[in-house]
Ligand binder design. Structure first.
Ligand SMILES: [Zn+2]
Length: 474
């Protein structure tokens, strides 16, 4: 069965560019537009031509250069704006004029100082004018989600009659809730004459972190265009994130049985291109494109990943263009992950050697958080040279007296059973849980239950050796 096709309308260059610190010059905009083309978006909103000469030129250059997608130019609902947008779009293979006018009472009263009747007439006139220039006209009732629903229906019906081909429903202030937004789309479909002839579009802001959820709710109720931005940039808290919308549909077609033309393997490159141009870094935990989105540090996760990525990955890094799933080596990493990284660096070790490397690795990781390959290589060389003193944690180090090379936390050695009495004396201060193993030595871990409880009370020493990895950082 054919799945409904969702038009991806990228507004990174318009709404996104309006976010603080994200302004781009003409050359940069063109560069990003070319990447958006490779990404396969259907519509690129290239700018707001009347806003500045730079915006005008950017729209013009993009229209002349990027030929596959529709190129949209934004315009307020007045002839000057519409004419300027049309002028900028002259060279476009597939131009679209995007007209907007606020419709909520609060905007009409305080911002525009017009009545609902005047608003209705202005919207109708502007769309009619745009339609006289360009076959593809989109209309957005700004602040639609705070607009009286009956009045919103009236405006939408009027602009459809005037020739709009796409009607966009902006949650301009990010106020809506998913069910509410979906219901609004459903109401428009039920009440507005001619709505079946046009494409309904979502445009959701992220002030409450719901932009993607709201957009998807809109799609479920019949919206067939989603307006979004790379990395979710945009006014204030941003817009719906393009990569999250696309991958939600791709990963969960059972819940969102829709298609987009986006080449998901280009998502990471698009995100990186934008971050490089704007010098606004992507938050590390950003879904899909953040640097930690596919990183696994906890030992049990790493071990599972190495056995079968499906254990912890709902999509492959390759599917969104991330070169590889990076196993971050940190203090929560297990031996299995460490051994693999050593192998990747060209070193294979016997169990005993690996024990020593792992012991030193944990001490190091506790100090520097993230162990780079260079650190690991140095450590490997030390062990191979038989240098047992370097990085070794003596019991006095473990005691954590001031001025020591290692902080007290360095006592969190899972193997071998090193941190004995001295660590025990600090147990309260360091929040160590400890338990005596069968040989009478203390097993210590920070802030975790005693190992004896980890596998339903099975004595620690009886564990399968591989399970030792799991004891360190779930
Ligand atoms: Zn917006």
């Amino acid at each position: 069965m054919d799945r409904p096709r969702i038009t991806i309308f990228d507004t990174t260059l318009r709404d996104g560019e309006q976010s603080p610190g994200c302004s781009m010059n003409v050359r940069e905009k063109l560069h990003l537009a070319q990447q958006l083309d490779r990404l396969g978006v259907d519509v690129i909103e290239a700018g707001f031509p009347i806003a500045s000469d730079g915006d005008f030129e950017a729209v013009q250059r993009i229209a002349a250069t990027v030929r596959r997608p529709i190129i949209a130019g934004l315009a307020r609902a007045c002839s000057g704006d519409v004419d300027r947008a049309w002028q900028a779009l002259q060279g476009a293979a597939r131009p679209r004029i995007h007209v907007f006018l606020a419709t909520s009472d609060i905007h009409l009263k305080y911002k525009l100082r017009i009545t609902r009747e005047q608003c209705l007439e202005q919207a109708r006139e502007a769309v009619r004018h745009a339609k006289s220039l360009c076959a593809d006209v989109e209309f957005s009732p700004e602040d639609a989600t705070r607009t009286d629903v009956a009045f919103l229906c009236q405006v939408v019906e009027a602009v459809i009659a005037a020739g709009a081909t796409t009607v966009n429903i902006p949650d301009t202030v990010g106020y809506s809730m998913p069910e509410e937004y979906g219901q609004l789309i459903r109401t428009l479909r039920e009440k507005v004459a001619g709505i079946d002839k046009v494409t309904i579009s979502t445009h959701c802001h992220n002030d409450l972190g719901l932009a993607v959820a709201n957009s998807l709710a809109g799609v479920q109720q019949g919206a067939r265009q989603v307006e979004c931005t790379i990395n979710g940039i945009g006014e204030r808290a941003g817009n719906a994130s393009l990569e999250e919308i696309v991958m939600a549909m791709r990963v969960r077609p059972d819940r969102y049985p829709y298609e987009t033309a986006v080449a998901s393997e280009q998502l990471y490159a698009s995100s990186q291109t934008l971050a490089e141009i704007t010098r606004v870094p992507v938050q590390p935990n950003k879904a899909i494109t953040g640097r930690n989105a596919f990183a696994h540090e906890a030992g049990i996760h790493q071990d599972g990943m190495l056995k079968n990525p499906l254990t912890y990955e709902i999509m492959t890094p390759q599917s969104v263009g991330v070169p590889d799933s990076r196993l971050v080596l940190g203090k929560h990493s297990g031996r299995h992950a460490l051994a693999l990284r050593c192998e990747q660096l060209g070193h294979q070790f016997e169990r005993r050697e690996l024990d020593e490397i792992y012991r030193r690795f944990v001490v190091l990781a506790d100090r520097i958080k993230k162990v780079q390959d260079s650190h690991l290589l140095e450590l490997i060389q030390d062990v191979m040279r038989g240098d047992v003193s370097k990085g070794h944690v003596s019991s006095s180090d473990v005691a954590g007296s001031p001025g020591k090379k290692f902080p007290p936390a360095a006592a969190t050695l899972p193997f071998p059973r090193a941190a004995s009495a001295a660590a025990g004396s600090n147990s309260n201060e360091l929040h160590f849980a400890q338990a005596a193993s069968s040989d009478g030595q203390a097993e210590t871990r920070p802030g975790c239950p005693p190992p004896t409880n980890w596998f339903g009370g099975v004595p620690f020493t009886d564990h399968h050796s591989e399970q030792e990895d799991y004891l360190w950082g779930v």
